[in-house]
Design a protein around this ligand. Structure first.
Ligand code: SME
Length: 157
């Protein structure tokens, strides 16, 4: 199959670097946002096999569920609520090593133990967030933050 995705090996940084070349090639010529967010979710899920990875998009005063891979999730999140709404409010990425220690964390799946949320910011406004959940505690670090921020920066919105 022309688009079949390899699963890359190596350090986490090397995996991201190889995957990102793929992602950029996939989205580079495609103007349709939903198609690109869907493929980015699928590419990340295939590579890292996280519990849940996907996007929420800002619609008025809420985040609304967008393309994702994983179990069904909460559809709407208010600004300032949960990790996603807090990332929106603060306009910064948030790494949560243990979701039970994050006040107000919204548990879409009881299997989720740690999380990273990266806001998509254009001209100072948060257009949405990339949210990733893991079944393992303390799963995300500054390497994830660095590369996931690069990925969201590449999305044309
Ligand atoms: N845990 C998130 C909600 C989204 S789900 O994890 C997919 C939060 O606290 O904002």
């Amino acid at each position: 199959m022309e688009n079949e995705q390899l699963v890359y090996e190596g350090s986490k940084a090397e995996q991201y670097q190889q995957l990102m070349a793929n992602i950029f090639a996939l989205i580079d010529q495609e103007p349709e946002l939903i198609a690109n967010l869907a493929n980015i979710s699928a590419a990340l899920k295939t590579q890292f096999n996280w519990l849940w990875v996907g996007f929420y998009l800002t619609r008025d005063e809420e985040l609304v569920l967008g393309p994702f891979q994983g179990p069904v999730a909460c559809t709407r999140i208010q600004k300032g609520r949960g990790v996603c709404g807090t990332s929106w409010e603060r306009k910064e990425s948030i790494i949560v090593p243990d979701v039970n220690q994050f006040p107000g964390h919204i548990a879409c799946s009881s299997l989720s133990k740690s999380e990273i949320v990266v806001p998509i910011i254009r001209f100072g406004e948060v257009m949405g967030v990339l949210d990733v959940d893991s079944e393992h505690l303390n799963h995300f670090d500054d390497t994830d933050k660095k590369y996931l921020e690069e990925i969201v920066a590449s999305i044309c919105m």
